[in-house]
Write a protein that binds this ligand. Structure first.
Ligand code: PEP
Ligand code: MN
Length: 260
């Protein structure tokens, strides 16, 4: 099944790269990141406006103070934006400039949010909770579709295992299983899965080889200065290199990148 995010088709024969910072931190940061990832071939932007941080003392996102410059940067780049919502009241606030709503891993079990998202028409990128069975993830998708919105994209973003060397463990089983047993496109988020920037690119290639419909990758113009998830952010240079290799991996499977 193909799900349309703005002008971009996710889930067709092509591979969609969604890229941008973990958090939108400033006008300059978001513009530099957006222009950079566009130049390297990303067809959609990502960027958090409200962040679900482990500590309440950590940076929580710019919220409404970012709206105006986000609109400007979107108009400049012409790319669609995927951004997380944490509360259904945010839909009204951001629907004029956000093209798909991400449900973060921590909210995958927030069934009232899922039900509410089912009653509105925009696509939903549903991340798998780090402790969720595949079955629970697919059931979460049904909470959305039951309300009438079938524009759902699944996203595997790493699960908790006994292993602590990496942030999480990318479950490629879940990717191939969801591709077989669900009708929805399946994305991979290698950034949260491994949490270590120089190991993100190989997981992008693995996602492509496994038959995922795309990746959602964190990229920052100055990774070491990122206000969230600094350890896993690709620099613009590293992202560009990754994209060049990714095209070759896709070529081996007779696939190409989705073009914006
Ligand atoms: C994110 O995309 O920045 C994020 C918080 O992801 P997750 O919900 O998968 O942790
Ligand atoms: Mn993040």
């Amino acid at each position: 099944m193909v799900v349309q995010i703005g002008k971009i088709q996710v889930g067709g024969p092509q591979f969609t790269v969604i890229a941008g910072p973990c958090s939108i931190e400033s006008e300059t940061q978001f513009r530099t990141a957006s222009e950079g990832v566009k130049k390297s071939g990303a067809s959609l932007l990502r960027g958090g406006i409200w962040k679900m941080r482990t500590s309440p003392k950590a940076f929580q996102g710019l919220g409404s103070s970012a709206f105006e410059f986000i609109k400007k940067i979107k108009a400049e780049t012409g790319l669609g934006l995927v951004s997380e919502i944490t509360d259904i009241r945010q839909v009204e606030e951001i629907s004029s400039f956000v093209d798909a709503f991400q449900v973060g891993a921590r909210n995958m079990h927030n069934y009232s949010l899922l039900k509410d998202l089912g009653k509105q028409p925009k696509p939903v990128v549903l991340k798998r909770n780090f402790s969720a069975y595949i079955d629970e993830w697919l059931n979460a998708a049904q909470y959305i579709s039951q309300g009438g919105n079938n524009n759902i994209i699944l996203c595997e973003r790493g699960i908790r295992t006994f292993e602590k060397a990496t942030r999480n463990t990318l479950d490629l089983n879940a990717v191939v299983y969801a591709k077989k047993h669900s009708q929805y496109p399946v994305l991979v988020d290698p950034s949260h899965a491994i949490g270590i920037s120089d190991l993100v690119s190989p997981l992008c290639y693995a996602a492509a080889a496994a038959g995922a419909d795309g990746v959602i990758v964190e990229v920052h113009p100055k990774p070491s200065e990122a206000l969230s998830d600094a350890d896993q952010a690709l620099s613009l240079e590293a992202f560009d290199k990754m994209m060049n290799q990714l095209k070759k991996v896709l070529g081996a499977f007779d696939r190409t990148l989705t073009m914006a």
